[in-house]
Design a binder for this molecule. Structure first.
Ligand code: NAP
Length: 275
């Protein structure tokens, strides 16, 4: 039997933490497979994709700049990947078919549920800061979880308006400079901007109006304790850091490729936090 191979395809790819993540699971579960970083330029992506299964690859993660084209090349696309128009997880089937999935939204929701089992998205409005690529998956997954109303604030209002148009009437655009109206009564508050990430300016939007007991979660995980989470905790929110989203989004791929549903554990978090 061939040793199963998987990897992450992107350009550049040196920064990816996925090899460390999947490498930990392969070792932990005693699976004789490998997961490698694959630096592939945009123009070579399709050729590489067609060749990988011949070399023993059972699937791959895809990242920038291949996430959109991956959807167009796949034979099967999950509903959530179709809604995103992008994929991060590909499965190469023995009959040659390629299926594509987008698991960021799944990872986002699972991370909150694992950290705060009492959380129910449908118990009240959500307030989302940011309208970039990651916001799309967050909004889609929150609506799938039954959020009754989603308030969206972005520095560039037009991007928030565009997402509201895509996702329909449950999404309401809020002024970036006046988030209080969006925070009022929200049970879920999310930072999907890159503010607070190492090397970026801090998240300094005032969180007045944030309801004590609300769940606040940040997609940024370097550092783990972000300026947004610190401010949210000070306002009485229950916080969830962003590292778990990265870990949980990897679960469906690993299971499909290696036949083992992996657990997201503290040991895995420790491995990922090592310098
Ligand atoms: P993106 O598409 O580039 O969007 C960036 C967002 O941040 C936009 O809403 C942008 O607003 C906002 N922003 C950037 N600088 C700002 C500033 N100075 N003031 C106000 N808003 C600012 O990036 P993305 O792919 O959505 O990723 C966003 C963050 O999520 C990144 O830090 C990324 O690492 C993180 N992320 C984490 C995970 C995870 O697994 N935890 C997964 C995906 C992404 P404008 O539209 O006005 O520019």
């Amino acid at each position: 039997m061939k040793i199963p191979l998987a990897g992450v395809i992107g350009h550049p790819i040196g920064h990816s933490k996925s090899p460390r993540l999947h490498g930990h699971w392969l070792k932990f579960y005693g699976i004789s497979g490998h997961y490698v970083p694959l630096d592939v330029a945009a123009g070579d992506f399709e050729r590489v994709l067609r060749t990988l299964p011949l070399a023993g690859f059972v699937g791959a993660n895809v990242t920038i700049p291949h996430k959109e084209v991956a959807v167009s090349l796949a034979d099967e696309v999950t509903e959530r990947a179709a809604r995103m128009g992008s994929a991060n997880t590909l499965v190469f089937h023995p009959d040659g078919r390629i299926s594509a999935d987008s698991t960021d939204g799944y990872g986002f929701i699972q991370n909150i549920k694992a950290a705060r089992p009492e959380w129910k998205a449908d118990q009240g409005p959500a307030m989302v800061f940011g309208a970039g690529g990651a916001a799309r998956a967050v909004i889609d997954s929150l609506l799938e979880e039954g959020v009754p109303e989603l308030r969206l604030a972005n520095r560039t209002r037009a991007r928030a308006e565009a997402l509201a148009h895509t996702f329909g009437p449950k999404v309401r655009v809020i002024d970036w400079d006046a988030p209080r109206i969006g925070l009022n009564g929200a049970v879920t508050v999310v930072n999907t901007t890159s503010l607070g990430m190492s090397g970026q300016p801090p998240f300094d939007v005032p969180l007045r109006g944030l309801q004590p007991g609300a769940i606040a979660t940040d997609l940024v995980y370097t550092p783990l304790d972000t300026s947004f989470l610190i401010a949210a905790a000070a306002a009485g929110a229950k916080t969830v850091d962003g590292l778990g989203m990265l870990l949980h989004q990897a679960v469906p791929g690993f299971e499909a490729w290696f036949g083992q549903r992996p657990d997201v554990t503290d040991a895995l978090r420790d491995v990922m936090l090592r310098p």
